[in-house]
Design a protein around this ligand. Structure first.
Ligand code: RM4
Ligand code: MN
Ligand code: MN
Length: 396
């Protein structure tokens, strides 16, 4: 009994500390490069995105910030900041990471920060600076840069010149950060470019973050790896070098699928979380932003976000429950079977009753998905929003 109490208390502490940021674009109509299936309940305005985010936070208790994408959420730049601040107050959700958008302008056809034209590069840097200003206004700590730049045909661009332009652009952006702000550099192997991508992997992102300055770190989007890449090893390296800034969580089967976290390979999320817990127990410096980067073309958006956060809570707790003292001893002895069994058992342990206990203790709905269904929220917004939905438009 006492052991049960101790376990529950440990679990409660782990879950109390768990925070994961949800993306505004997860509530909007988004699609694949082939098309979008419009959903009647999708959010059309930033106010609706805040409202949906508040609902997810009410149900899960772990998502008090929402990532914003500059062009989609603040199309008028700084002029939109006061409206966002009002929504923060109204809904009790804070603006989270600010995501520059360097992938929609026609002039970025041959690149943004890496465009061979100095004029276009300068305009892309201006957008970075605007994003940093917006982040300052909104008290957002992180600017998360995902860069679409690259080329489609061999020999058509100087890969090296583009590296140098990118270093300059990131250094210039870094000069505008205030203390405490961070520039997170995200990588992705391909798409939209299909021959070379300027920030294709964690090595390139690590170099660029180091070149940019001390407030720049690497962002790992779990969907941005080739099949069978060992992501937890990349995470371990980034922790070791104190360069891990944050995550975009989602799952993948083929490429950048943006599927629900843990829906394809929950063991991988567990292994990533294990690296973070292990480093934290060892007292290593860690300052890692957990964010979700998912958009659902087919699933209901709020349901999918709740499902995602619940999966994250469960996997985070499972990984926290690995007996690290014992694991360390087994690793040192090279007792492979016992070490693996200990590790695997934590993964297979059903923590759902513990999470439910925590929810009840914190006045959260014990079954968030069921509570969402019973609340009538989705029906209500479906009625309110359906007549205004239209097809087409940009990605989000
Ligand atoms: C990219 C990348 C970025 C996200 C956009 C929408 O593939 O993951 O982080 O902002 O998609
Ligand atoms: Mn991402
Ligand atoms: Mn992506």
């Amino acid at each position: 009994m006492a052991a049960d109490r101790e376990l529950a208390e440990r679990a409660f502490r782990v879950l109390d500390d768990f925070r994961i940021e949800i993306p505004s674009w997860g509530f909007a109509n988004t699609g694949t490069r082939f098309g979008k299936f419009i959903q009647d309940a999708a959010a059309l305005t930033i106010a609706e995105k805040f409202s949906d985010a508040a609902e997810v936070n009410r149900l899960t208790g772990s998502t008090s910030t929402m990532a914003l994408h500059v062009l989609w959420d603040l199309p008028n730049g700084l002029a939109d900041a006061p409206a966002v601040q009002a929504l923060e107050k109204q809904y009790g959700i804070r603006a989270g990471s600010i995501n520059p958008n360097l992938f929609q302008n026609q002039e970025y056809k041959y690149g943004s920060l890496c465009n061979p034209s100095a004029e276009i590069r300068a305009r892309a840097v201006d957008h970075m600076l605007l994003s940093i200003e917006i982040a300052k206004q909104l008290n957002s700590r992180d600017i998360s840069l995902w860069l679409p730049d690259g080329s489609n045909y061999p020999g058509t661009q100087s890969i090296r010149h583009r590296i140098a332009w990118l270093e300059e652009a990131l250094q210039e952006s870094h000069r505008h950060l205030v203390p405490g702000q961070r520039l997170l550099v995200e990588y992705k192997p391909f798409e939209p470019a299909f021959y070379h991508t300027d920030i294709a992997d964690w090595g390139m992102a690590l170099h660029l973050a180091k070149a940019a300055g001390p407030q720049a770190k690497v962002l790992v989007d779990t969907g941005h790896h080739y099949a069978s890449q060992n992501i937890e090893q990349i995470v371990a390296w980034l922790i070791h070098t104190n360069m891990l800034g944050g995550f975009h969580f989602n799952d993948r089967r083929y490429a950048d699928d943006d599927l629900t976290l843990g829906s394809i390979d929950p063991y991988q999320v567990f292994r990533i979380f294990h690296e973070i817990h292990a480093a934290s127990v060892e007292g290593l410096p860690l300052d890692v932003a957990f964010m979700i980067d998912q958009s659902h073309n087919l699933k209901g958006k709020i349901e999918a976000m709740v499902q995602t956060v619940v999966s994250a809570q469960e996997l985070w707790l499972k990984a926290a429950l690995v007996d690290r003292g014992q694991l360390d001893a087994l690793q040192k002895k090279c007792d492979l079977i016992s070490a693996e069994e200990l590790f695997r058992s934590a993964f297979w342990q059903d923590v759902r009753p513990l999470v439910a206990e925590w929810r009840a203790a914190r006045n959260l709905p014990v079954d968030p998905l069921c509570a969402l269904r019973e609340s009538g929220y989705v029906e209500k917004i479906t009625k309110e929003r359906s007549s205004r939905q239209s097809s087409g438009g940009s990605y989000a």
